[in-house]
Design a protein around this ligand. Structure first.
Ligand code: R5P
Length: 223
C-alpha cells in the first residue's frame, strides 16, 4: 500500500470547483498533484500556483492551470507534505528544499492541508534535521551562528555539489535532536542575518491527513 498516495488522494477531496489552490512539493504532494490533474481532466475548474519548479512542471504536464502569483491575492487551500508533524500540528518541512516557497504559499492560503504517512507523526520535533535556507554570502559565518544554537549542521549537497534552492540559496540541515520549544527556536534562527527562513511551520497547518499502515486515514484538526 502506498500510504503517501492514500493520504494525498484523500486530501484532494477538499478541493472544490472554482478554488485557488497551492500545490506542495515532495513525494507525498506529488500524489496530490497527480489526483488534482485527474480531476481537472474530469472537469474540475481551478487556478493553481506551485511551491517549486518541479511541482510546477508536473502540474503543467497534467494540464492544471498555473497562474502567475501577481494575478491571485490569496489561495483557498494548499495541499503539501511534511517531514515531521507533532500533536499541535507544528511541522518540520523542507526535506526537498522547498521550504521558503512553501511558507510563502502557506501564509497566503486560507487553509493549509498537510498530507503524510504515519511515520511522520512524532511526539517532539527535531529527529529530522531542521532545514534552514541561507544566502551564499559569508556562509561560514551563518553556519557558525547556527551552531551556537546548539545543533550539528550539515550543508546540503546534491551529487557532490552544493544543493541550490529554487531561490538560488543553500540549505543547512540542523540536527537539534529534540526541539522542545519550536516557536522560540524558529524566531532565534530567523534572528541570524544570512538566514532566509527555516522549515519550522508553527500554527500554520489547519488539517493533517495521516494515512496509517492499515490503510485507515486519520484527519487531525488544529485545536
Ligand atoms: O521541501 C520539501 C517539502 O517540505 C516536502 O513537503 C517535505 O520534505 C516532505 O516530503 P515528502 O513528502 O517527500 O516526504
Amino acid at each position: 500500500m502506498n500510504m503517501k498516495r492514500i493520504a494525498a488522494e484523500y486530501a484532494v477531496q477538499y478541493i472544490e470547483d472554482g478554488m485557488k489552490v497551492g500545490l506542495g512539493t515532495g513525494s507525498t504532494a506529488y500524489w496530490a498533484i497527480q489526483r488534482i490533474g485527474e480531476r481537472v481532466k474530469e472537469g474540475l475548474s481551478i487556478q493553481a500556483v506551485a511551491t517549486s519548479k518541479v511541482s510546477e512542471r508536473q502540474a503543467i504536464e497534467l494540464g492544471i492551470p498555473i497562474i502567475p502569483f501577481r494575478e491571485l491575492d490569496s489561495l483557498d487551500v494548499t495541499i503539501d507534505g511534511a517531514d515531521e508533524v507533532n500533536s499541535d500540528l507544528d511541522l518540520i518541512k523542507g526535506g526537498g528544499g522547498a521550504l521558503l516557497r512553501e511558507k510563502i504559499v502557506a501564509h497566503h492560503s486560507k487553509r493549509l492541508i498537510i498530507v503524510a504517512d504515519e511515520r511522520k507523526l512524532v511526539q517532539t520535533l527535531g529527529q529530522f534535521p531542521l532545514p534552514v535556507e541561507i544566502v551564499p554570502f559569508a556562509l561560514e559565518w551563518t553556519l557558525n551562528a547556527l551552531q551556537r544554537l546548539d545543533c550539528r549542521t550539515q550543508l546540503r549537497t546534491d551529487e557532490e555539489q552544493l544543493f541550490v534552492t529554487d531561490n538560488g540559496n543553500y540549505i543547512v540541515d540542523c540536527n537539534f535532536g529534540s526541539i522542545e520549544l519550536p516557536f522560540k527556536l524558529h524566531n532565534e534562527i530567523l534572528g541570524i542575518p544570512g538566514v532566509v527562513d527555516n522549515g519550522l511551520f508553527i500554527g500554520r497547518a489547519d488539517l493533517v491527513v495521516i494515512a496509517h499502515y492499515d490503510g485507515i486515514v486519520e484527519v487531525l484538526k488544529r485545536k
